[in-house]
Design a protein around this ligand. Structure first.
Ligand SMILES: Nc1ncnc2c1ncn2[C@@H]1O[C@H](COP(=O)(O)OP(=O)(O)O)[C@@H](O)[C@H]1O
Ligand SMILES: [Mg+2]
Length: 373
């Protein structure tokens, strides 16, 4: 039985291919890479759909005979954290393959002398592996990779928000990981990350351990023609009509950025509008910004005034080709070029501003729209 979702516009996680729009070429590319023994790096701004795409790839029949391990390492701060997230991801994966497999995996993990708990939400065992020394920490991780690599089936490990390892206090972490990965020729890896400049640095700078070791895939917005068709169809299945101009309006307003598109559609759907015109979408987007007002006011307090002014100036223009040009600085009274440069660097570093071939823009679409108004 397939569970009928009440709202077809998913705004967290993955809810099956029915509610997942396109990404066919990307899915194919990834499957092909995995099949041909190439590891893969998936890069895009936050909320473009990387994690969803990984789940979508994992759900394809081509991988049904592989062990698919998904580890989101965003919450980790060190090597030990990485080992633990990976171990628990392995437990979750093995649980899906039956009791025997689960007890096998638990037996392996017991050799690391973990503390074992039961997760009250999932009812699944959860391990916490501790180490006394740095050497033991890296040994544990290498050992864990080695044990996973000994699975009878082909293994695919997706490490999501991979750039997080750059925050770890341990030295040579990239080299350690690279050598672990190299020792597992039968295991395929997907490294995914949202901090674009960090990911790029790791994989495209010639002196870094992961340099040119993977196929790079940059995830762009979904093709607007295909996305429009998906949106129109989902409303139609729910016995609602969305006018073509309304779809166009919302794809434009959100820059086609997946999460923001999904969010507005989810809202429109849940409000139960039966005929959606551009005016309705515009009203709903205003409601959304209003609801987010407290969050954005908080941003404002957290940012230096100069940084905030710079964000607002960029948001007002939409995309800015040259932030350091005299005319832009003058038009928005931003001060001296050197102070603008400092703010720009800080905002890029924090992923608040993103650089595109067309220019710079404020990364968070809703924040950008709010700043403009
Ligand atoms: N192809 C898609 N079709 C429909 N919704 C999607 C698609 N890709 C992602 N989403 C949704 O968009 C949101 C952001 O996607 P996510 O995969 O979390 O982005 P990222 O990992 O790049 O930050 C999620 O709520 C997800 O459910
Ligand atoms: Mg993600």
């Amino acid at each position: 039985m397939t569970k009928q979702l009440s709202n077809p516009f998913v705004i967290s996680g993955y809810a099956g291919s029915d509610n997942f729009c396109d990404r066919d070429p990307e899915t194919e590319k990834i499957l092909k890479s995995l099949k041909n023994g190439r590891n893969l790096t998936l890069i895009s701004p936050r909320r473009m759909g990387k994690s969803g795409l990984i789940q979508h790839v994992f759900a394809q029949s081509e991988l049904k005979d592989s062990s698919r391990i998904y580890a989101d390492i965003l919450p980790t701060n060190n090597l030990e954290g990485l080992t633990n997230v990976l171990s628990n991801a392995w437990i979750r994966q093995s649980f899906g393959s039956g009791k025997r497999k689960l007890s096998k995996v638990l037996d392996v993990l017991k050799s690391f002398h973990p503390v074992i708990r039961i997760d009250p939400f999932t009812g699944l065992p959860e391990v916490e592996i501790s180490a006394r020394s740095d050497v033991e920490k890296s040994d544990n991780l290498e050992n864990l990779f080695y044990r996973i690599g000994k699975e009878e089936k082909p293994v695919v490990i997706a490490i999501d928000e991979f750039q997080q390892v750059l925050d770890y206090p341990e030295e040579n972490i990239e080299a350690l990981l690279r050598s672990s990965v190299q020792q597992l020729p039968m295991v395929r890896f997907i490294f995914s990350g949202s901090r674009m400049h960090l990911m790029n640095t790791m994989f495209t700078q010639s002196k870094r351990p992961f340099y040119q070791s993977t196929r790079m895939l940059f995830l762009d917005p979904i093709d607007p023609v295909i996305y429009s068709r998906f949106i129109t169809g989902k409303f139609k299945s729910g016995k609602r009509t969305i006018e073509p101009e309304a779809v166009g309006w919302l794809l434009d307003w959100t820059r086609g950025h997946t999460y923001y598109v999904q969010y507005i559609c989810n809202w429109l759907y849940s409000e139960g509008y039966t005929r959606i015109s551009p005016a309705v979408v515009s009203e709903v987007s205003r409601d959304i910004l209003l609801e987010m007002q407290p969050v954005f006011s908080q941003y404002r307090r957290l940012l230096a005034p100069r940084q905030f002014e710079l964000l607002r100036a960029i948001a007002r223009e939409g995309t800015v080709k040259s932030v350091l040009s005299g005319s832009f600085i003058l038009a928005h009274s931003l001060g001296t070029p050197s102070s603008v440069r400092t703010s720009l660097m800080a905002m890029i570093e924090k992923d608040m501003i993103r650089e595109f071939p067309e220019g710079y823009l404020v990364d968070d679409v809703f924040f950008s729209r709010w700043l403009k108004e």
